[in-house]
Design a protein around this ligand. Structure first.
Ligand SMILES: Nc1nc2c(ncn2[C@@H]2O[C@H](COP(=O)(O)OP(=O)(O)O)[C@@H](O)[C@H]2O)c(=O)[nH]1
Ligand SMILES: [Mg+2]
Length: 201
């Protein structure tokens, strides 16, 4: 028997699904961020850092870290009943840049995570999104023990355009991460609205 919408009560809501990239340097908190908000068990592909990998994977400043994401992190978060985000954590190391073009296909926007102790690690990600006109926000992951700087100073050090939002966050905290993700959606929507040609009648 086929039930029509009316017999099933509320019409089903088809959520809009959006793809968001999570980028940034090695050990900046991408996997942590995806894990903090994802409703599905995040898919991760991690490999143990081997001795052979050490010269490539610079672990200074992230000594506690002994795994690295080699493929990507994947997660999902329902922001509203009608709005679902799919998160793709992109590998930060240069040797995985070949994956970025495929990952960024169809992405609404991105968040670039930054650590003030190693700001230069996120330059590549910022360059990447700027060059391809992919809207992004910068999330400064505030690790304990890292010096705090005024947002304006960080903005200047990153040479960020004025329109790019910069937010302080804690990659381990669901609400904090949600704020960053909402920031990405809002920023991308605002930019899309600005770029849409004026309707003439
Ligand atoms: N104190 C603190 N540690 C964090 C934070 N975010 C991530 N970490 C830790 O930093 C390390 C690197 O994080 P990870 O998410 O694996 O970095 P990724 O390489 O960008 O995926 C892990 O040991 C995390 O537990 C944070 O906001 N504060
Ligand atoms: Mg990771």
């Amino acid at each position: 028997m086929i039930f029509g919408r009316s017999e099933r009560g509320k019409p089903p809501v088809e959520p809009v699904t959006l793809k968001i990239l999570v980028a940034g340097g090695f050990g900046v908190g991408k996997t942590t961020l995806v894990g903090a908000v994802s409703e599905i068990r995040p898919l991760r592909t991690e490999e143990l850092l081997t001795e052979a990998g050490r010269p490539v994977d610079d672990v200074s400043g992230v000594e506690a870290k002994n795994t690295t994401t080699v493929a990507m992190d994947f997660g999902r978060i329902t922001l509203r009943e009608d709005l679902v985000l799919y998160l793709f954590g992109t590998p930060g190391q240069e040797r995985f840049w070949f994956m970025w073009d495929e990952l960024s296909e169809g992405a609404l926007g991105a968040t670039v995570l930054a650590d003030t102790r190693r700001l230069e690690d996120c330059f590549a990600a910022i360059d990447y999104f700027e060059r391809r006109s992919i809207p992004f926000v910068v999330g400064v992951n505030c690790f304990e023990g890292a010096d705090r700087y005024p947002p304006e100073d960080i903005r200047q050090a990153l040479d960020l355009d004025d329109h790019v939002p910069l937010l302080m966050c804690d990659a381990r905290d669901r609400e904090s991460v949600k704020e960053v993700l909402v920031g990405v959606v809002r920023h991308a929507m605002t930019r899309a609205a600005r770029q849409r040609p004026a309707v003439t009648t």
